[in-house]
Design a protein around this ligand. Structure first.
Ligand SMILES: Nc1ncnc2c1ncn2[C@@H]1O[C@H](COP(=O)(O)OS(=O)(=O)O)[C@@H](OP(=O)(O)O)[C@H]1O
Ligand SMILES: [Mg+2]
Ligand SMILES: [Mg+2]
Ligand SMILES: [Mg+2]
Length: 356
């Protein structure tokens, strides 16, 4: 008997791998086709193209499933030149392994119009019922533009619970033990020895494997660092000061006896890094009363960390709730840490936030 979600995992990993081939090409281009969205955040040819390729693979395999994806097609319909730039990438990005490309991912997208339709298919409102995929085609777009970390993110939720999570991180070291000592926060690229896929299926643990471009490489189990002494730990936090409150995190570090500076890294690469022990504690503290976290920014990382032996909660200690729509509506903050120290961190987070 095959294990639960084996097909979903295979499709998700290959879809992320193919989408990452596209983002890697755009990463090395000088002009990345960047435009500004209504909320003033950037989106590039890479984000749109990766979303089209992933949705194409999902629809070829699971046509009845719903999809919640970050990007929208409306802006592209009014911009034929941008559409054509994206189409050029979508048309020409293929896995090296022809069998996986055709038999698993369903092959090429028909034309530019079909591509726009695919991008627009990620408009599900989410919720607590049924099978829903969450896609962040490029998480950490600012990092992608800056030459930092970014991640191609895909997760399957069933009745509001994350069952499968995959993160493709082209700029992280492949090797889990090398990553332990590498400077994972600094400016990064996808040179030799870089590019990793993290994945997890509920109840089956978490793995990492080289990102590659052909048949999937063999994976290895990953687990969080067994920290007992917080004084040797460090936080892994956003690069962008607007995404997490850095002065509160400094106070929390001090109270916990953490002396090392925070590792600053864009995207869900943070979740993957702590899940393989190349980092300790993911901390995200709200900066605004109105911003709502999006499910695609957390779903895959949440499962990967929990399957690697961690706990992921908000600042009250409750699990993240992926069942309420496209956002984590009432969520305040995220703390992901090895299970043994998670409650200790939450206690101090609450002390510091409570002082305000
Ligand atoms: N105001 C605010 N507060 C919190 N979070 C926000 C905010 N604005 C945006 N975002 C989301 O942050 C995503 C980027 O992830 P990180 O914050 O972890 O990384 S970093 O900021 O790039 O360092 C980023 O994901 P992408 O848009 O996929 O890059 C955003 O969804
Ligand atoms: Mg994101
Ligand atoms: Mg994104
Ligand atoms: Mg974005």
């Amino acid at each position: 008997m095959t294990s639960p979600y084996a097909k979903e995992l295979e499709v998700a990993q290959l879809a992320v791998q193919r989408a990452a081939l596209l983002t890697k090409r755009v990463f090395h281009e000088k002009a990345k086709g960047t435009v500004s969205k209504d909320d003033k955040s950037p989106v590039t040819v890479g984000d749109f193209g990766a979303q089209a390729l992933i949705i194409s693979a999902l629809q070829a395999n699971f046509p009845a499933d719903e999809i919640v994806a970050e990007e929208e097609s409306a802006q592209l319909r009014a911009d034929p030149s941008l559409r054509d730039q994206i189409w050029e990438h979508v048309r020409s990005t293929r896995l090296d392994d022809a069998a996986s490309e055709e038999a698993v991912l369903g092959g090429a997208v028909k034309d530019a119009e079909a591509m726009l339709d695919l991008i627009g298919q990620g408009n599900s409102q989410g919720g607590a019922r049924g099978r829903i995929w969450a896609i962040d085609p490029i998480d950490g777009t600012k990092g992608f533009l800056r030459g930092g970390q970014y991640a191609v993110c895909l997760a399957l939720m069933v009745d509001g619970d994350v069952k499968v999570g995959v993160l493709g991180c082209p700029n992280l070291p492949v090797n889990d033990s090398a990553a332990l000592t590498a400077d994972i926060g600094a400016n990064q690229t996808d040179d030799e020895g870089r590019g990793v896929i993290f994945s997890a299926v509920i109840g089956q643990g978490a793995t990492s494997r080289p990102l590659g471009s052909g048949a999937l490489a063999k994976g290895q189990k990953i687990s969080m660092k067994p920290i007992t002494d917080l004084s040797s730990a460090s936080f892994c936090e956003s690069v962008e000061a607007g995404h997490s409150n850095q002065s509160e995190s400094a106070q929390i570090a001090q109270k916990l006896g953490i002396t090392k500076p925070s590792v600053r890294m864009d995207s869900q690469a943070k979740y993957g890094s702590i899940a393989r022990g190349a980092g300790d504690i993911y901390l995200r503290l709200p900066t605004s009363k109105t911003y709502q976290e999006k499910i695609w920014d957390h779903a895959a990382g949440d499962l990967i960390v929990r399957e690697a032996g961690g706990q992921v909660t908000d600042t009250t200690g409750s699990r993240l709730d992926f069942s309420v729509g496209r956002t984590l509506a009432s969520n305040r903050g995220v703390i992901a840490a090895p299970a043994a120290i998670h409650s200790q961190v939450i206690k101090v987070v609450q002390e510091v936030l409570g002082q305000k």
